[in-house]
Design a protein around this ligand. Structure first.
Ligand code: GLC
Length: 648
């Protein structure tokens, strides 16, 4: 519906910034007007009764105009190119890596000299783990930000970041960074002002005079780090109040029921957009709205906020896609793509945390039935959005998929999870994995798993025992896991170090700022002498690197791996094998993964009852051609092997 007053408000703000609405800024102006009513609606859903609601709405409109006005011509040009491509981020040409700048190469200044390394590997998309100011020792790996606008001197300067961005842009690479939307460090100036008694800034947080309301909240709020940070509130001695701190006590939750917080953070989002960020990772979006009597996770208002943010970005910086880091139950993750009339209008990406965890499930059990039982849910992802597919990241592995999925495979959910935790944490003597339990909840026995890809796949133990055949098995497993993430549909993001087969690093135990958090065991410091070993063909580093490189190449060479919602799971003829077809008009690929430690057999019939028919299959992984045989004959897939076969 047309809203004259809104139109006037926008026009005024646009004119104040001297934008050329009939000329070069016309597209922006059209986008703004076209989306204004929806922006207003989403905003008013949350804030229409707030005393500052009206004033902050004007500020929000102004923030959008200001963001566009200060966007460089180069970025505006890139926006247009991306818009012309439409859903540019679904492309099979993208392959990503997450890394800690300091642990990967020391500093931002050194990063441009490493771009050749990424190019060799095939990676053209970098997720730089948080680099904005964060108190050392109380930083949660940078996720406790004390200044959203200044790069932490540990990593370099803002100019260094800009230099990295432009070097990447020149090489046609894409940049992703985080916006830590849910909380700030307790050393952020807003928190400092709140501690000093400034009411305006106390309202930026959930602050209470006593434990009365905190107790009520805590009745329904699950603990995130029950071992290292029990409870969801912390006492603030400076002002004798209690503040909500869902994660660590040094991370204070921002109060988005206050529209001033939204508008200020929106301005920060645009600040990042205007640094040339291609994908913004919204950290912990499931938590951004709290309400008494609820778990304070995945609330409808959180989705409303994300839709509002998405639209504002769409207007001012349409080339920046949004990733919602919601690591929650499978059905809840789906909602971050938007629901009802907002389908495909919320987050452009979500992590496929369900699939990631299920790969670890299948690797431990050798049985793919739980993985398959979850696919009906995962396949609900709408067209136009995509998954981040990954095997490992900086966080723990949570076994958060549904009990019903485990039961559908014929297992008892409690016993099954217990087995997985014991398998990966080293409690089972026969398990090849070296990992640890993370955040064990003594009340519920819930726990997640820490450990690097290589160590969880058995490489660490195999190396320590000097067991060459166990080393080979571990390498097979690493490739199997990476291969499934590469082809299962979405944008694959590797975790740095995994491309070299890096095992756990227990050095974190000597650092009091890290020793309480065993996720640091899988966040390595890269030794560049080791990287040199990729040139010696028989080394572990070379084998893992070249396998990863080859997987990326196969993905890039075949447009069928663009995420056009073109995946069909194969009828499961063998419980050890997970297989799916990716197809488009030109190509049909069968991707099969054997999670068993034995060779597994699959009847050729499996290749005849879905999709197009052909006579031959070319396996791009082993580079061999297979004739499709009689129904009673078999394709044999080696232990922990995979086949990426194109129908010929
Ligand atoms: C996200 C991050 C995680 C961090 C948490 C709190 O889940 O990935 O590392 O601890 O948010 O900011």
């Amino acid at each position: 519906m047309y809203n004259y007053q809104l139109h006037q408000q926008i026009s005024l703000s646009v004119l104040q910034h001297h934008l050329d609405v009939a000329g070069k800024d016309n597209l922006f102006y059209s986008r703004f007007i076209a989306n204004a009513q929806e922006i207003a609606q989403l905003y008013h859903n949350l804030y229409q009764n707030h005393p500052k609601g009206k004033e902050e709405f004007s500020n929000l409109l102004e923030t959008i105009t200001k963001a566009y006005a200060s966007r460089t011509d180069v970025l505006k040009q890139k926006d247009e190119e991306k818009e012309e491509l439409g859903n540019w981020f679904l492309s099979n040409q993208l392959a990503g890596m997450s890394l800690y700048v300091d642990r990967f190469c020391g500093s931002l200044q050194n990063l441009p000299s490493k771009l050749a390394y990424f190019e060799e590997l095939g990676v053209n998309y970098l997720h730089l783990m948080p680099i904005f100011e964060s108190p050392e020792g109380e930083s949660d790996g940078g996720y406790a930000v004390s200044n959203f606008r200044e790069v932490d001197p540990r990593f370099g300067s803002l100019d260094d970041l800009k230099a990295v961005q432009s070097a990447m842009q020149e090489q046609g690479m894409y940049l992703m960074i985080d916006i830590v939307l849910n909380h700030t460090s307790y050393r952020h100036q807003w928190a400092e002002k709140a501690k000093a008694g400034d009411k305006r800034y106390q309202d930026y947080f959930y602050m209470y005079d006593d434990r009365y309301i905190p107790n009520q909240f805590e009745e329904h709020m699950p603990e995130i780090f029950p071992e290292s940070a029990p409870g969801s509130f912390s006492y603030v001695p400076e002002c004798n109040k209690w503040v909500m701190s869902v994660f660590h006590n040094y991370q204070w939750d921002l109060n988005y029921t206050n529209p001033e917080v939204l508008v200020t953070m929106m301005d920060t989002i645009f600040y990042y957009a205007n640094l040339g960020v291609d994908v913004l990772r919204i950290d912990a979006p499931a938590f951004i709205w709290k309400q008494l009597g609820t778990s304070c996770q995945n609330l409808p208002e959180a989705h409303n906020l994300l839709r509002l943010i998405k639209l504002c970005v769409q207007v001012a910086a349409p080339g920046m896609a949004l990733l919602g880091e919601a690591i929650v139950a499978p059905a809840e993750i789906m909602k971050y793509f938007g629901t009802d009339r907002f389908v495909a209008k919320e987050c452009d990406f979500a992590y496929n945390a369900t699939q990631m965890a299920l790969q670890w499930d299948a690797l431990a059990t050798g049985d793919t039935r739980v993985m398959l039982a979850a696919q009906h849910e995962i396949l609900q992802k709408p067209y136009g959005c995509s998954w981040i597919t990954y095997t490992r990241c900086h966080d723990d592995i949570g076994l958060g998929y549904d009990d019903s999925m485990i039961r559908a495979a014929g297992f008892n959910a409690y016993e099954h999870r217990k087995f997985l935790k014991e398998y990966y944490s080293g409690a089972l003597p026969y398990s090849p994995a070296s990992g640890a339990l993370f955040s064990v909840n003594p009340k519920t026995q819930d726990a997640r798993i820490s450990g690097s890809l290589a160590s969880l796949c058995g490489l660490e133990k195999a190396i320590n025992r000097n067991d060459t055949s166990a080393i080979e098995i571990a390498l097979q497993k690493i490739t199997l896991m990476q291969a499934q993430s590469m082809f299962v549909g979405g944008l694959p993001i590797l975790f740095y170090g995994d491309e070299l087969g890096t095992v756990n690093d227990y050095g974190y135990l000597n650092d009091p700022g890290k020793s309480y958090d065993n996720r640091w065991m899988h966040r390595p410091i890269i030794d560049w002498n080791r990287v040199e070993k990729i040139k010696e063909p028989d080394t572990i580093e070379a084998k893992v690197f070249h396998a990863t490189q080859k997987l990326i190449q196969i993905r890039k060479n075949n447009s069928v791996f663009a995420d056009t919602k073109n995946l069909t799971w194969l009828t499961p003829y063998n419980i050890h094998i997970a297989g799916f077809i990716r197809s488009n008009e030109d190509q049909q690929f069968y991707c099969l993964f054997n999670f068993s430690g034995q060779a597994s057999y699959i009847t050729w019939y499996a290749f005849k009852n879905h999709g197009k028919r052909g006579n031959k299959l070319f396996d791009h992984w082993s580079e061999t051609m297979h004739e499709i045989g009689h129904d009673h004959e078999y394709l044999i897939i080696p232990a922990y092997g995979c086949c990426i076969m194109e129908l010929i």
